[in-house]
Design a protein around this ligand. Structure first.
Ligand SMILES: Nc1ncnc2c1ncn2[C@@H]1O[C@H](COP(=O)(O)OP(=O)(O)OP(=O)(O)O)[C@@H](O)[C@H]1O
Length: 251
C-alpha cells in the first residue's frame, strides 16, 4: 500500500506540491496520475521514489501490515523516470542483470524472463546506447520489473511507444500488480488509455489534488474544462469513459 499524506515539495522558494493526500489503491490496483503540464506529477512520483526531497508530509509504503523504512522501503519501490537517458556501454541484458542483482535470487533467469515479457528478448545483446527511444523505454521498464517491486512508479512510461506497445505495457503493468498484489502509480497524458487501464485516477493541477476516483467518476466534461481548459464530450464505451475533444476554431 502507498499512502501519501499532506505532502509538500518545493524547489528553492517555489512550492510545487501543496499538501497532496491520497491513498494509492488497494493491492493489485493501478492509479493513473493525470493533469496538465507542470501540475507536479513528476515531482510527486520523484518524491515518493525518494529522489527529490520532501519539505513536509509523507509517502508511506506498507507491506503486510508493516510500514517500510530506509533500505527496505527503497527495495520495495521501482521507479522508471520520465527521461530514460543512458550512455552506458552495456548490452541490454547486462543492464537488466545489474538492476536485478541483490533483488532476486537468480538475476540471469529473471532478466531473461523480464525481457521476454516485454517482447524485447531480441534486443538482449544490443548496446543500450544504440537503441531507439521506444526500445530504451522498454528496457527501463524491464530494469524496474526485474526487481519485482511492491510499488511501481512509472513516469510517462508510454511517451516514446507506438500504440500497440502502449497498450501492451499498460496491460503488463496491470497484470503485474494483480499477480503480486503490488500497486502502481503511473503518470499518463493519454486520458483514454488512463481510463482503460487504470483502476483509479488522481488528477493534479497546480500542485494539488483536484479529483480522485474511478475513471468514470473523474473523467467528466466539466472537470476537463476546469482542469485542462478543454471542451470535450465524454462518451461511454461499455462503462469506460472515452474523451472526445470538441473542435475549436483552430482545430
Ligand atoms: N528541478 C527543478 N527545479 C526547479 N523547478 C522545477 C524542477 N523540476 C520541476 N520544476 C517545476 O515544478 C513544476 C512541476 O513540474 P513537474 O515536472 O512535476 O510537472 P509535471 O506535471 O510532471 O509536468 P509535465 O506534464 O509537463 O511533465 C513546474 O513548474 C516545473 O517547472
Amino acid at each position: 500500500m502507498l499512502t501519501i499524506t499532506d505532502l509538500h515539495v518545493s524547489y528553492g522558494r517555489r512550492q510545487v506540491l501543496r499538501g497532496i493526500s491520497a491513498g494509492c489503491g488497494e493491492p493489485g490496483t493501478v492509479t493513473g496520475l493525470v493533469g496538465p503540464n507542470a501540475a507536479g506529477k513528476s515531482t510527486l512520483v520523484k518524491a515518493v521514489a525518494g529522489v527529490c526531497p520532501i519539505a513536509s508530509g509523507q509517502a508511506q509504503v506498507e507491506l503486510d501490515g508493516t510500514v517500510l523504512k530506509g533500505r527496505a522501503r527503497q527495495r520495495a519501490l521501482g521507479y522508471v523516470p520520465q527521461d530514460v537517458l543512458s550512455s552506458a556501454s552495456l548490452t541490454v541484458f547486462e543492464s537488466v542483470v545489474i538492476s536485478a542483482r541483490g533483488a532476486v535470487e537468480d538475476p540471469l533467469t529473471a532478466s531473461a524472463e523480464a525481457l521476454e515479457r516485454l517482447g524485447i528478448a531480441g534486443l538482449a545483446q544490443r548496446s543500450v546506447r544504440e537503441l531507439s527511444g521506444g526500445q530504451r523505454q522498454l528496457v527501463a521498464v524491464a530494469q524496474m520489473l526485474v526487481r519485482r517491486p511492491h510499488v511501481l512508479l512509472l513516469d510517462e512510461p508510454t511517451s516514446a511507444l507506438d500504440l500497440r506497445h502502449q497498450v501492451e505495457l499498460l496491460q503488463l503493468t496491470r497484470q503485474e500488480v494483480r499477480e503480486r498484489d503490488a500497486v502502481a502509480l503511473v503518470v499518463l497524458h493519454d486520458l483514454n488509455l488512463a481510463a482503460r487501464y487504470c483502476d483509479q485516477l488522481l488528477v493534479l493541477a497546480d500542485g494539488q489534488v483536484v479529483e480522485h476516483g474511478t475513471p468514470a467518476q473523474v473523467l467528466r466534461a466539466d472537470l476537463l474544462e476546469q482542469v485542462y481548459g478543454l471542451r470535450a464530450r465524454v462518451l461511454d464505451d461499455e462503462g469506460t469513459p472515452v474523451v472526445c475533444p470538441v473542435a475549436t476554431t483552430c482545430g
